[in-house]
Design a protein around this ligand. Sequence first.
Ligand code: GTP
Ligand code: MG
Length: 440
Amino acid sequence: MLVGIEIAIETFLTHPRPSLFILNEEKRNLELGGHVGFDSLPDQLVSKSVAQGFCFNILCVGETGIGKSTLMNTLFNTTFENEEASHYEHEVQLRPQTYDLQESNVNLKLTIVHTVGFGDQINKEESYKPILEYIDAQFESYLEEELKIKRSLFNYHDTRIHICLYFIAPNGHSLKSIDLVTMKKLDSKVNIIPVIAKADTVSKSELDKLKIKVMSELVSNGVQIYQFPTENEAVAEINSSMNTHLPFAVVGSIEDVKVGNKMVKARLYPWGSVQVENENHCDFVKLREMLLRVNMEDLREQTHARHYELYRRCKLEEMGFKDTGPDSQSFSLQETYEAKRKEFLVELQRKEEEMRQMFVNKVKETEAELKEKEKELHERFEQLKRMHQEEKKTLEEKRRELEEEMNAFNRRRVAAETLMGQALQGCSQQPFKKDKDKKK
Ligand code: GTP
Ligand code: MG
């Protein structure tokens, strides 16, 4: 068998150790004498992936009652738990639900995330925020797992959003500003496929006009929607033709209706039926083919290689990690860690010094306040003391006056008593003298 292979890879696969010495050598093509067996590598990968299972995460963004749940049920031909949202939510919430599905021998862990209350608030300026935060939170937990010392990415439940189906209301002339703002904010975070919901409620010509208008508005506002890849020859033709059909006009229904002698998924109306899987009626089949059969793996890959990579890069740069230093020399993790540690210590010291200074100022302020209070108290004390002394003096004065009055009174009393005594004496002597005179 003649197979052209790169010698470095070949030697690494068969004899890993010697290959280290010939990695820099010029690559040569070698001829194999017989069957070696590494052509089964793709099969090995397939069986490993099948055993491991797959996960796929869909985010449905659209206003309440636009047909998100019905479309999901129709896409996967099953009935997921659906809770109707009310129109009175104070803010947009995200409701993820995970299911284990199996088709043939392939296991799929499917997570469907619905927006609840999207577009129901009076102020819609912040409606995109919870969605953005949810997407970032999934990237963050994946990054955290990746940065762990003991990583288990092999059995990690990857919840990163692979596709965002953006539901556009059919009954308008174009996109609403909430649609444009939300898609613009999300386009660097997630693969967006816009769909016109309930496409059976508009006429064909209106639908064609709406599709053109939507696309031109997306382009003029610089919104990057997901483009089906055309690099792979096997799917280039179908994908490039499907790119021209965007946004897909979809109809959802899980109702089985008899059309002719076949049971089909359709919506029944008094005037007839809209068959979900009829390409003349709507683009549902195109969406299903593109999303699940042709590009599911590309969506997963784009999420990891483009959106997650961007998130990871920004996050690591934010944390101070770089690939190259200012002198274009490659940066080692150790150096980055040391540099960051030093930076952190300097910052810590600065904060410590700031807090110490703040504490000293606070103490000084309190000291000054206490001193002021002490001075006030002292002044009050002096004032009271003065008042007390004055009162004491007044009382002393009064006491002295009273004493003087008392003394004067006493003197007068004594004098009066003396006078009275003399007078009494005088009176008692006169009869005695009369008696004496009588006796005589
Ligand atoms: P919430 O989860 O409550 O926000 O609603 P939702 O967006 O999941 O919408 P849901 O699938 O519950 O559908 C709401 C209503 O629209 C139901 O009465 C559906 O039967 C109807 N509906 C869903 N898809 C279509 C469609 O393609 N065309 C029409 N005409 N009606 C649809
Ligand atoms: Mg729903």
